[in-house]
Design a protein around this ligand. Structure first.
Ligand code: HEC
Length: 290
């Protein structure tokens, strides 16, 4: 990867350094927010950008900056830049996120990334980190912290605001992903136990993955079933695995797992957090036979 340092040493030491990496692309995803409303990246295609602020209830940075987030949101709203927060912390859940939202009232939806798979997809490792996405070509325009203010004679950073300005001016097409390193306080660190476990030891097809498929998918995806293909061999499942990842990340499969209208429907199926992680981590590893 070609990395280009382009800030002075002083700024680099104080506020993280900016680098450009070849434009990162991501697959589509769909998360529900704290009220149960679905947010799918591709459905933000009417906007120029979607800004995702990683949030955790414990994170001091989110608490200190929520007023600043609002200022940016108000400023860029007319330029077709949407702002959301996303909670990927294993210590929080929708109920605790709703309570946090009521006390800080950031006035933006908080997407619940309970499987942590969207944080993994976007390369988010800590709360306070911000990812700016182009929903039209599914690329990451920016990943890093909120800009640091100028203080006591030290110049602050404007990497994020520069990105917003470039988006508003339609100057980001084909641009490299801007990545800004930063240190986050202890209260904002995120843990990814499932990711670490499956990186050490890829889920086993026969004993871990097949039971998940049987439980969640094979009822329909069987010879003569209503699903368009049968998950009846490793070869078949491996061949379909990129498509399986897409339908799981966008909550299309198992069917009816997201539509709030149908949430109380008797046949509503949802796949557990653990099953979802097992399947996606296995697919990310290339869907191996063993
Ligand atoms: C209730 C029955 C049912 C269950 C359970 C189910 N599917 Fe499906 N699946 C279907 C039907 C019907 C279609 C074709 C219509 C559609 O694409 O919505 C389909 C289509 C698909 C497709 C093709 C999508 C495309 O765009 O061509 C994939 C991949 C898929 N399912 C994966 C899964 C996975 C993975 C699971 C388990 C997590 C699962 N399905 C569970 C019924 C089901």
């Amino acid at each position: 990867m070609k990395i280009l340092k382009c800030v002075g040493l002083l700024a680099a030491v104080l506020a993280g350094s900016q680098s450009f990496a070849a434009q990162e692309r991501v697959g589509d995803f769909n998360l529900i927010d704290e009220t149960g409303t679905a947010h799918q990246l591709s459905k933000y295609g009417y906007q120029k950008a979607l800004v995702i602020i990683s949030q955790a209830n414990s994170c001091i940075t989110n608490q200190e900056l929520f007023g600043e987030y609002r200022i940016q949101q108000t400023k860029w709203d007319n330029e077709q830049i949407s702002f959301v927060m996303m909670n990927s912390s294993i210590n929080d859940n929708s109920a605790s996120v709703r309570r946090w939202k009521n006390s800080y009232n950031p006035d933006m939806p908080i997407l619940i990334d309970d499987t942590q798979l969207v944080a993994e997809l976007l390369g988010i490792t800590k709360a306070g980190e911000i990812v700016v996405l182009d929903p039209n070509n599914m690329s990451i325009l920016y990943r890093g912290p909120f800009d640091t203010p100028s203080r006591g004679g030290q110049t602050g950073t404007t990497f994020l605001k520069d990105t917003f300005a470039a988006i508003a001016a339609d100057e980001v097409s084909g641009r490299d992903t801007v990545v800004v390193d930063f240190e986050a306080p202890e209260s904002c660190q995120l843990e990814f136990p499932a990711k670490i476990t499956s990186a050490d030891d890829v889920p086993d097809y026969e004993t871990e993955v097949a039971p998940v498929l049987i439980e969640n998918c094979v009822g329909c995806h069987i010879e003569g079933g209503i699903g368009p293909f049968a998950m009846n061999s490793h070869q078949m499942v491996q061949g379909w695995s990129p498509m399986m990842r897409e339908v799981i990340m966008t909550k299309r499969m198992p069917p009816m797992s997201v539509d709030p209208e149908i949430r109380s429907f008797e046949n509503a199926r949802t796949m557990s957090v653990e099953d979802t992680q097992t399947l996606i981590h296995w697919i990310n590893a290339g869907a191996p036979r063993e």
